[in-house]
Design a binder for this molecule. Structure first.
Ligand code: AP5
Length: 228
């Protein structure tokens, strides 16, 4: 989809709400890059960059990485050639400061937020999803031990590398992440609600049902999508 205007679609939801799972479908529908700040930070950690080393302790205990570092990382990513027309942002903005920074960046580009897709999932469901999640150390593929028929040898069904449990999917870190989400990210939802940009989706449904609803919303927001 190419509109000429720089548009950003947001995926907002608590840890384990299914943002990464749905991002694959939304990215494909939009034809725009998927930028997950969690994935970018994990890449920095794997590469051992100064940002990755700074971010590690915050991430492992379930706290947010400081705003100035994350905003700089996102703005740099938006400068890359594949992001000329817009992006799908997953996990950003997560604080009021990040939202204000994004608004300023979009205003400078003459762009705007197309829609903030909010995946609303009850807390007790989030714990079950995160404790059973397994991720590929290499291709970032995401699975669930109860939802997917995973190879007994622990290899990734997509690329054959190894599946691991994220350190921040341990119970104490999950509780901290959910607390941080309630405290710092729910104000961001209110920020976009006031701009009438939020579309809430009931996120405790089968993956395909959520996908269908999200794609319907996107087609309503951007009718050219249906033809693309
Ligand atoms: P990040 O990686 O963004 O983690 P998160 O927001 O906590 O989200 P998750 O990746 O845990 O969950 P998800 O919503 O993507 O769910 P998923 O699709 O995997 O961030 C990690 C850390 O990085 C943060 O804690 C922070 O330290 C730092 N960070 C990142 N962004 C930052 C920012 N902007 N500012 C500061 N710090 C930042 O699904 C979860 C599981 O459920 C999977 O197993 C999946 O298979 C399963 N599942 C998905 N959908 C369904 C469904 N409908 N039914 C049943 N199971 C499902």
């Amino acid at each position: 989809m190419r509109t000429g205007k720089f548009t950003v679609t947001l995926l907002i939801g608590a840890p384990g709400a299914g943002k990464g799972t749905q991002a694959e479908f939304v990215r494909e529908a939009l034809g725009m890059p998927h930028i997950s700040t969690g994935d970018l930070l994990r890449d920095h950690r794997r590469q051992g960059t100064p940002l990755g080393r700074t971010a590690r302790d915050y991430m492992d205990r379930g706290d947010l990485v400081p705003d100035d570092l994350v905003v700089k990382m996102v703005v740099q990513r938006l400068e890359e050639p594949d992001a000329t027309h817009g992006v799908l942002l997953d996990g950003f903005p997560r604080t009021q400061h990040q939202a204000d920074s994004l608004d300023a960046e979009l205003a400078a580009r003459g762009g705007g937020v197309l829609v903030a897709l909010y995946l609303d999932v009850p807390q007790h469901v989030l714990f079950g999803r995160l404790s059973g999640r397994r991720v590929c150390d290499k291709c970032n593929g995401t699975f669930h031990v109860e939802m997917h028929d995973l190879p007994a040898d622990g290899s990734c069904p997509t690329c054959g590398w190894r599946l691991v449990q994220r350190r921040d999917d341990q119970r104490a870190a999950v509780a901290r992440r959910i607390h941080v989400y309630m405290d710092q990210t729910t104000p961001v939802l209110e920020h976009y609600r006031a701009m009438r940009l939020v579309h809430r989706v009931h996120g405790d449904q089968p993956v395909d049902a959520i996908k269908d609803e999200l794609l319907t919303v996107l087609q309503q927001k951007q009718p050219t999508l249906a033809a693309s």
